[in-house]
Design a protein around this ligand. Sequence first.
Ligand SMILES: NC(=O)c1ccc[n+]([C@@H]2O[C@H](COP(=O)([O-])OP(=O)(O)OC[C@H]3O[C@@H](n4cnc5c(N)ncnc54)[C@H](O)[C@@H]3O)[C@@H](O)[C@H]2O)c1
Ligand SMILES: [Zn+2]
Length: 369
Amino acid sequence: MGSLVQVIRVPVSLGDRSYDILIQEGLLQDLGSCMKTIGLSGRVAMVTNPTVHRLYGRKAAQSLRRAGFRVYSVVMPDGERAKTLKWTAKIVDELVARRFERTDVLVALGGGVIGDITGFAAAMYLRGIPFVQVATTLVAQVDSSVGGKTGVNHPWGKNLIGAFYQPRLVLMDTATLRTLPRREWVAGLAEVIKYGMIADETFFEFLEQQVAPILALKQEPVQFLVKRCCELKSSVVAKDERESGLRRILNYGHTIGHALESLGRYRTFVHGEAVGVGMVQEAEISHSLGECSADVVIRQRELVQRVGLPVSLPPLRFSDLWNTMQHDKKVAKGQIHCVLPRKVGEVEVVSLNRHDVSAWFHGKKGRRK
Ligand SMILES: NC(=O)c1ccc[n+]([C@@H]2O[C@H](COP(=O)([O-])OP(=O)(O)OC[C@H]3O[C@@H](n4cnc5c(N)ncnc54)[C@H](O)[C@@H]3O)[C@@H](O)[C@H]2O)c1
Ligand SMILES: [Zn+2]
């Protein structure tokens, strides 16, 4: 077993559904023993995709077997397109065929797609069986594996079907981030910057100072960054598990971000890139309304740019942007609820009307001339 003493532990406090997030370079080899320690045993269906299976499937399965689990791999296609009810049903079919019981375990080995669908299958099968997430992308480590939102897409929209269902354990081996495609890695950093902006100026400063070592994937700053994001997200989730209020601050950058993803038919930007642009633009809106100083806009733009994320809107018409923003879930009576920064480390939820957004959009154009 590796040196478990160095493992970073972030507790997620949700009463009798509390669990730990464990973070360490090389931790994958201890997956089985970590699961045994929290009382899990029996059989494991390990859901993954061909990419992650090739890289980490054997190591994960070996660790599970060493700890006494019987392991079955369920390999589904890679990518967002497979995050469907059809593939959820296939996972469940596998569990039924193997006669999995309430005490057996589903393990998600992969990024956000695998985590979301596996968690949803775990929530449904026998009204809930134990579920463990092994998060292998930056997005999964700082965002999707924390908080218990599980689900799949419907042809008419992303994440339309789902459940709140908490895992028993989340394991993050930061060494797995080294094999991530560069674009995925950088895109994940948008969510990281988001946490600094919404809740922690000291963390934002840390990011400003450590851009180079972070981009070079030096383990010390990367482990710290993952830990801090997990702490920040889990403290928000602990106060508002079902998104009735506070949890909405996690949507910072996403009102415009989602609109850009949708307008580009999910081809122009990957999610994190759209969030990078979204944060920069939403800060500008905040400034145009007098809610934050120009410093905040400039400081955030610089950091977003330095990590290699886009900051500017692609060419688009105001009416298209406004109409698409209204399709977002946060709409109420011709107004949009948008998370805007007041300063670095502090945001508020503001209602915007068409006039507010139009003034910013057309003011921008004026300035560009
Ligand atoms: N549940 C939540 O709260 C929440 C929050 C944010 C995002 N999400 C969801 O997460 C999904 C996006 O997650 P993602 O960005 O991790 O995408 P992803 O799961 O598709 O992973 C991105 C790519 O990286 C590959 N990959 C994974 N780990 C790797 C590794 N270690 N080395 C090399 N390649 C690796 C994957 O096979 C995939 O091709 C979306 O479906 C989104 O809706 C959910
Ligand atoms: Zn996001």
